[in-house]
Ligand binder design. Structure first.
Ligand code: BLA
Length: 515
């Protein structure tokens, strides 16, 4: 079925997953016009579930006037946030009196109502009591590091939802990801902990949707999707299922789950300051039902984890920045007392080398190099200065990279000490520079499958298929340092400005002496 050659992964980004035109079969979906509350589209199973064809009927006729009034009050009017929902447990007269869980939300001109049978025997399912959730959040608060917090979040989410495995999946700056925590049934010997996955495994439009809509649950990967049907007047406007809980997932992704040995699944977005930081992923080897209350509680838990991540990361960043600002002001004080910036920055108790976790630092003053720690030899540093003067556009005063040898091949022999480079010009004539060097961090990245071949060409109706192998694939990364952070570049620029003051003072003195 699949040809072995890789295909363009950008094909994956073109699947319009927000308008799949189908839902999962455990639910029934009705879409009504926001003004008239008249049903304009519904899932193909709605007629059976409601004992009549809902198309063209009024929501009040289908769900009762109470619920229709509540929907009108909450979801009509201007600019209603899709996060705003109406939730009710009702008994439909038609459907054998069983309790039905109803969730309604608004998306543009549509009110979207989803109905699913409430668990007949709630005690059969793990269901989140408020106390469980509170205890879990308390444990998250007690976690002192990101690693601890992720481990706690995975453990608590698994206890809550009953999945065979919960992974905390974290995106990097390029949207590749890694499983940074795992809590699983010990009998499942497969482990994904520490594995990295390429960005194309969760394509851009999926990440965009997950930034808006918080969670996805699939009871049974092998479900038969239920198509939506619409009134003739609205048949050309597909119903946007971005926020629909029962949205049918991409068949390509369901194939991926098959290849991973996963059946029931979940993913909950972890948003930190509005950015998709990661996902809380649930895997089950068999189909797995999670009750509506438990789904809601798991989402609350993921939100609590996101807030803890934000707290821990901001605290770490703040402490690091404070330490650097203190050092920087010490160096600025030395500069203020000095007529020679090179000695002020290299000969006192604190030096350039104390900044930015650098293992080497240098000043270039015209054609003179002063080096501290592990740096390339002086002639190589001068060559770097020449390259920077020629390469950076006039308005750029600074430059930072974690892979300098790749950008500047003559520096390749010095990759061991100078894979990372942070440089700032002191003066607008670019005669003087400050430079910091970071060593190569030899690292191996273990991918869950070969990241160069994320997709295969499909021979059937589907043009692309996800890779079938999740065999570990080890990549050795050479010539890469820890990256410099933007705030570190900012501090380097501020220091360079203070140095410029010294240089100007020096020039004035020389002018006075000679003039
Ligand atoms: C979606 N891909 C996803 C999702 C995950 C992953 C978690 C979210 C959907 C869900 O809730 O299950 C990927 N799952 C992973 C990873 C791990 C995991 C990395 O367990 C590791 C621990 N995927 C591909 C290729 C394509 C692709 C090649 O590998 C495209 C050709 C597509 N993945 C794809 C699409 C979605 C997706 C389209 C969106 C599914 C949807 O929400 O409809």
């Amino acid at each position: 079925r699949a040809r072995a050659e890789p295909v363009d992964p950008s094909l994956c980004e073109r699947e319009p997953i927000h308008i799949p035109g189908a839902i999962q079969p455990h639910a029934v979906l009705i879409a009504a016009d926001v003004d008239t509350l008249s049903v304009v589209a519904c899932s193909g199973n709605a007629r059976d579930a409601l004992d009549r064809d809902p198309l063209g009927l009024d929501l009040a006729a289908l769900l009762g006037t109470d619920l229709a009034d509540r929907i009108r009050e909450t979801l009509q009017g201007d600019a209603v946030d899709p996060g705003r929902t109406v939730r009710r447990r009702i008994a439909l007269p038609s459907a054998s009196g069983l309790p039905i869980e109803v969730v309604a939300h608004r998306n543009g001109e549509r009110i979207i109502v989803e109905l699913e049978p409430a668990p007949a025997h709630p005690e059969d399912f793990r269901s989140a009591s408020q106390l469980d959730t509170e205890l879990a959040i308390g444990r998250l608060r007690g976690a002192g590091t990101l690693e601890d917090a992720a481990a706690v979040a995975a453990r608590e989410t698994r206890a809550l939802t009953g999945f065979d495995c919960i992974l905390v999946y974290r995106f990097d700056a390029d949207w590749n990801g890694a499983a940074i925590a795992e809590d699983k049934d010990p009998a499942w010997t497969r482990s994904l902990l520490g594995l990295h996955f390429p960005a194309s495994d969760i394509p851009a439009q999926a990440r965009a949707l997950y930034t808006r809509s918080k969670s996805r649950f699939v009871i049974d990967r092998d479900y038969v999707p239920v198509p939506l049907v619409a009134t003739p007047a609205t048949a050309n406007a597909p119903v946007d299922l971005t926020f629909a809980q029962a949205r049918s997932l991409s068949p390509i992704h369901l194939e991926y789950q098959r290849n991973l040995g996963v059946n029931g699944s979940m993913s909950i977005s972890i948003l930190v300051e509005g950015r998709l930081w990661g996902l809380m992923i649930g895997h089950h080897r068999r189909p797995h039902y999670v009750a509506p209350e438990t789904r809601a509680a798991a989402t609350v838990l993921a939100d609590a984890f996101a807030m803890r991540v934000y707290e821990l990361e901001s605290r770490r960043l703040w402490q690091e920045q404070q330490a650097h600002l203190a050092l920087e002001s010490e160096l600025v004080r030395e500069l203020a007392r000095s007529d020679d910036f090179v000695s002020a920055l290299t000969e006192n108790r604190h030096t350039l080398l104390d900044l930015f976790d650098a293992h080497g630092a240098a000043t270039v003053s015209n054609d003179t190099v002063r080096s501290l720690g592990q740096t390339p030899p002086a002639d190589a540093v001068l060559a770097i200065a020449t390259w920077l003067r020629a390469t950076l556009p006039p308005e750029r005063a600074s430059y930072a990279t974690a892979e300098f040898a790749a950008v500047h091949p003559p520096s390749a022999p010095y990759a061991a000490c100078a894979s990372g480079l942070l440089a700032v010009f002191v003066d607008s004539e670019r005669r003087h520079l400050l430079l910091w060097f970071r060593p190569e961090v030899p690292s191996t990245v273990t991918w869950g499958g070969d990241p160069r071949k994320p997709v295969l060409a499909g021979a059937g109706p589907v043009a692309v298929l996800p890779r079938r192998s999740f065999e570990r694939w080890v990549e050795e990364r050479r010539g890469v340092s820890e990256p410099f952070a933007p705030w570190q570049v900012g501090i380097a620029e501020a220091l360079a400005q203070a140095v410029e003051g010294v240089v100007l003072r020096q020039q004035r003195k020389i002018a006075e002496l000679t003039g």
